[in-house]
Structure formats: C-alpha cells, structure tokens
Design a protein around this ligand. Sequence first.
Ligand code: ASP
Ligand code: MG
Length: 418
Amino acid sequence: MLVFKFGGASVKDAEGIINLGNIVKQYREQQLLIVVSAMGKTTNALENLTRAYVEQRSDMHDIYEDIKSYHFNIMESLFEHGHPVFDDIQNTFVEIDWMIEDEPHDDFDFIYDQIVSIGELVSTRIVNAYLNTAGLASKWLDVRSYIHTDNTYREGVVDWPKTCEAIEQGLPQLLQNSIVVTQGFLGGTSENFTTTLGREGSDYTASIFASCLKAESVTTWKDVPGILNADPKLFADTVKFDELSYNEAIEMTYYGASVIHPKTIKPLQNADIPLLVKSFNQPDAPGTVIKEGVVPVFTKPVIIVKQNQVLISISATDYSFITEDHLSSIFAIFARHHVKANVLQTSALSFSVCIDLKPERFEDLLNSLKQAFKVKYNDGLSLITLRHYKPHAINNYIEGKEVLLEQQSRNTAQFVLR
Ligand code: ASP
Ligand code: MG
C-alpha cells in the first residue's frame, strides 16, 4: 500500500483539490492512504484566531468569518447546492463557535490545539467528499483515534506502541475497500482531547502510518519539483536531487530545510520505506527519492537559510569561567522551555546560542536565564548553513553581511548574520 501526503499548498483552492483527484485516479489500482494538511494558509489564520480569542481582541470575529468563507467559497466551486458536505463543514466549525463564546480559561497551548486542529478536520472532509463525488470511493478517518499522544499540547509526543496497535488493527480492512483520507498534524490524548504534532507535522503523520503499516513508500506532493539544494525563492540556479540518503535528508531538516518535517525520516529509515518528494504540478516527473544506500554527488552546496534568529550570549554573574555546571543548568533551562539550539559556541567567559525567535516563549526563557546568569541578545538575525561547501565560495553567501558567529567543520559551515 502507498501513503500520499498533500500539504496546504496543494489543496489551497478548488483547482488544487481537483488536481489531487486526478493524481489519485492514476493510482486507483493500489491501496491508498491519503494524509491531508489544512488548506492554504489556514493554519496561520487559525493561529491568528487563537491569539485574537485569548487576547479577546475585537478582530476575532472577522478573522473567523474569513476562514469560514474561504472554505465555503472553495466548496461552492466543487459541490452542487445541498450537498451534505456543507452541513458537515458547518458542524465542524461549530466546535470553534462553542469555544470562542466563553472567555478563555484554559492554558494557551491547549486552546491552540483545539482551535487550530479544525483546519485539518475541515480540509479532509472536503477532500473526502470530493473524491467520492469524482467516483473514487473514499472514507474519512478521524486520526485522533489512531495517533495517540501524551498531553504536550502543540508538540504532542506520539505513543508509538499504542498508535501502531490501533493502526494495524483498524486500517488494513478499511484500505481493502476504499481510499482512506485522514488528517495530518493531529493526534489525540487518552482523555480524547486533540493535540497537534508541531507546525508542518503532516509529513510526520504520513511517516507514522507508513511505518506501522509497512507501506511500500510515502509520497509527499509539493509545489516544488523535488528536494532542491536551496530555496528557489531565495537563490537562482538551484539544482534538484534525484536521490538522497536518509542521513543527508535528516541533516538537512535538522539545519532547518523546510521541505520535510524533521521527525519524518527516522521512522521511514528504520522500516526501510522510501520517501518520494514529487511535484503536484508535474505528477509524472520523478521528483526526489530518499532511500538507503544512496551516495549523492553535490555539484552545488546545500544551502539552508533560517530567518528570525536570536543570538543569546550567556555569562556567569560574577564573570567567572563558563563551567560544565553552568552548561548543564543552561541546557536544563532550554529543555524546560522547549527551545532548540540552532548553533552553540562556548568561550571562557560566555556561552552563545542561536535560536528561532518564538515570541510567546522567548520572554519566559529570558526570565529563567536571568535568574542565574547575565544575558545579552541580538534579534532580527539570519542563520545560513552550507553543507558540502567549497571553502573558496563561502564569501558568495556572507558578502556584505555582518557575521556575528561562525562555525565550520569539514562538511558544514554556519554563519549567524545581520
Ligand atoms: N497545517 C499544519 C501547518 O501548517 C500542518 C502541516 O501543514 O503539515 O503547520
Ligand atoms: Mg501547512
């Protein structure tokens, strides 16, 4: 059986959903599980709605109405008047109506997951209804009964044994008779609350199902022809990789390449399931295959740019050396705040670390650090990572920029730039 994942860009409008149907038609002989993200930029819009609600802002209702009308407009181009999907979607949105009627009392991350998850719940209902009207027998599956997580809201930790057991028991039979459409990015707790798996987590969902079901392959359908050496929006003359090893793909996502969610590859590597990255605009083109035993040739470096970085410099309050004890308490603080270090460097007197700026977490992190250390920081920075680089070409990437921190190993060079 095959697992397909369609991201937000592939289902951002009615044409996208029709195109999805055409792609799926070509695979109608196969057993097929389809994992779908929220449509277009819906997750961002729902995040925005969550903040407006928690802050009780006056634009809350406008944001919400925009989200609803975006979906209903698409449905009007796909379905005849009176199709049951209209009621179905209306009822799904009612969850949000109920939620935002009352003032917020719960924890932000909990509220976030209950609201933001509606994006995938509606997109999958629309896609499923469309496939059925297009003559492709399909069933809608509530992923929250299959992907079991703990209650770390916004970053649900998957209970693998429980999840695989549910998937192995429920899916094979469903897949025999029809296509199955389910939500990316979501999970459920043992108390039946909804969790999310971290932004862009739908790839990970596809990889969980594939690994539990020992799928033949996972295909993620994207708006790029495959995995490129750099973001084509930032660099001219990008090249596509025909093949990559799992390890190279893991390294790329670790440094911030956003084509695949970082947690996606490991389960596939363990189960030896290839991951195909293909273009939904050119479905017959080969794309990129990530699998075992590939030795890629890098004619150009892999370039990964992360914006919105903060460089924090931490030193002891009494100007003493940074010791192992200091480092261990610094790392404990980072772990407690769920902050990932993108680059680290220690000198005698200070410890520097570059992180993504997440406004809702940053203040708390700073306050915790300041209880035991002297802290300075610079924000508005970017981090560029070059893999398989040629030393003489580094200047092309950093010219005209101020380098605040740099690190080079044989394979990888990183620069924090202003
Ligand atoms: N819709 C979610 C997001 O935008 C999950 C995903 O797209 O993978 O983060
Ligand atoms: Mg998305």
